[in-house]
Design a protein. Structure first.
Length: 104
């Protein structure tokens, strides 16, 4: 019973972390689809789990900005926008702050 409660708690925590990053990615919106309005609401959600993993493993805001840039340029074929990627990488760190001190 305790193990099941612990698993459920871990799952809820992971989903909360992923949802927090999904919200940041929807504002990042490099394609300009305005998720949920002019495009699918989950347009960038698939990137969130890996970004959460990176942040919890100790990635810096700079590391996350480089990852966002790679997604923007290589995965989406868009022009670089390092300033925007840095802003949203910092937002990811801020969104995950309650857990970062726990995991680091």
């Amino acid at each position: 019973m305790m193990a099941e409660q612990n698993r459920n708690s871990q799952k809820r925590r992971a989903m909360t972390q992923i949802r927090a990053v999904e919200a940041v990615l929807r504002r990042w919106d490099p394609i300009g689809t305005v998720p949920g309005i002019a495009g699918p609401a989950d347009e960038y959600d698939g990137y969130a789990p890996h970004i959460v993993t990176m942040a919890l493993a100790g990635a810096s805001a700079h590391d996350l900005a480089l990852h966002l840039s790679k997604l923007r340029t290589r995965s989406m074929g868009l022009r670089e926008d390092p300033a925007s990627d840095e802003v949203f990488a910092l937002e990811v760190i801020e969104a995950l702050q309650p857990w970062l001190t726990y995991y680091r």
